[in-house]
Design a protein around this ligand. Structure first.
Ligand code: ZN
Length: 384
């Protein structure tokens, strides 16, 4: 390891380096250099000491932590009908979170302006308006080009195609903004907060739409931006349907929350959201339960070759539909029935450990990764 101040901050932030001795061992820096750097970081308000570590004879080492006042980031999950956001400290802990209604269909200008107001009011409520806001991570319910931070050809976001959402929010907020697809962020959030050490993971987000994010060897696998997209895989549904992409019989056109609501409306059952859909399942409405079970089976059939191909440690099921037991049971059933024994032997198929927070936590994590770089630490050291 290079052994810069940024490396030391990162080791403390991840909980690996809790004392000067651990930092010296992990960074490969000389103990005297570590002590000097740590003093600078404490003086600059980035680190603080707290409590006492285990004694090994002599002076007890004091625990190093990130200073709560060093700054905060915001992680935001912009859904089709809601926005969920959290103010997080530099160690990735939630200071305050809340959920607000919000329609993505209002269009990009209105949504980005509303998001800006919400972020400012959330910072005030968290008592963090005086702290440096170091960056904002945002999850969007559509494909995002990682190179340009633009939403590209989203199926349920009219007016958003090619809108520079990261750039616009950056202008409004005056900070660095990272934009990422919501299923990708759900994978990051679950990996960091739910399944640390399980470094090959697929996270399926089944809500209004259906998406999937991939963690491969511990890192988010973006490919060219569309990696993990399972929405437009053809399936054999009960009757032919044309998808919003123009092709027929995509998974999303048969098994997404939006598709299920459309089918139920044609049968005279009005459903307002994925949550409402799950309530009807829990109330035992037979038509709804059957539809949700079929949707789970179709999703499971799409996931089966992917599990054989990728051999993940964990398949996480999240999004609104994952609260419906028949959906989960059908996905599991399809995977266990058709996958190779070697692929399923130690496979975990589980609902999201972090529940509805997964994408928001992932958004906070990716911006923290971006912020806690050596360059930022060096800038802060010279500025404070
Ligand atoms: Zn399609």
């Amino acid at each position: 390891m290079a052994g810069t101040a940024g490396d030391l901050v990162r080791l403390v932030a991840t909980g690996h380096g809790r004392s000067r001795a651990e930092l010296a061992r992990l960074s490969g820096m000389a103990p005297s250099s570590v002590s000097l750097r740590v003093e600078e970081l404490i003086d600059a308000g980035l680190l603080r000491e707290d409590g006492e570590g285990a004694s090994r004879g002599g002076r007890r080492p004091r625990h190093l932590r990130l200073h709560e006042n060093a700054g905060v980031v915001v992680g935001a999950d912009v859904g089709t009908h809601h926005v969920r956001m959290a103010v997080m400290d530099l160690a990735g802990r939630i200071v305050l979170k809340h959920e607000l209604p919000g329609e993505i269909a209002e269009g990009p200008e209105q949504v980005t302006e509303r998001l800006t107001r919400h972020i400012r009011s959330t910072l005030r409520q968290a008592g963090a308006e005086q702290l440096p806001l170091l960056g904002v991570g945002v999850g969007m319910p559509g494909p995002v080009d990682p190179a340009t931070a633009k939403v590209v050809a989203p199926s349920r976001m009219p007016g958003w195609n090619d809108f520079p959402v990261g750039e616009r929010l950056g202008e409004l907020l005056g900070v660095r903004v990272l934009v990422e697809n919501d299923a990708n962020l759900m994978a990051v959030g679950e990996h960091r907060y739910g399944w640390p050490g399980r470094d090959n993971l697929m996270a399926v987000k089944a809500g209004t739409g259906i998406g999937c994010g991939i963690i491969a060897s511990g890192k988010l696998h973006r490919g060219r931006g569309a990696a993990g997209d399972i929405s437009h895989v053809p399936v054999h549904g009960p009757e032919p349907v044309t998808c919003s992409c123009g092709h027929s019989d995509c998974l999303e056109a048969h098994a997404s929350g939006a598709a299920l609501r459309r089918i139920l409306r044609s049968k005279g059952i009005e459903v307002t959201s994925s949550r409402h859909l799950v309530e009807l399942v829990n109330d035992g409405v037979p038509e709804v339960t059957t539809l949700v079970r079929n949707a789970g089976r179709l999703a499971g059939q799409v996931l089966t070759p992917l599990v054989n191909f990728f051999n993940p440690d964990v398949v996480v099921l999240g999004g609104g539909l994952s609260a419906a037991e028949p959906f989960i049971a059908a996905v599991r059933g399809a995977i266990y029935e058709r996958c190779l024994p070697l692929a399923t032997r130690d496979l975990e198929i589980a609902t999201a450990v972090t529940g509805e927070d997964a994408c928001m936590l992932g958004a906070g994590s990716v911006i923290l990764d971006e912020v806690l770089t050596s360059a930022w630490v060096d800038e802060t050291l010279s500025a404070r």
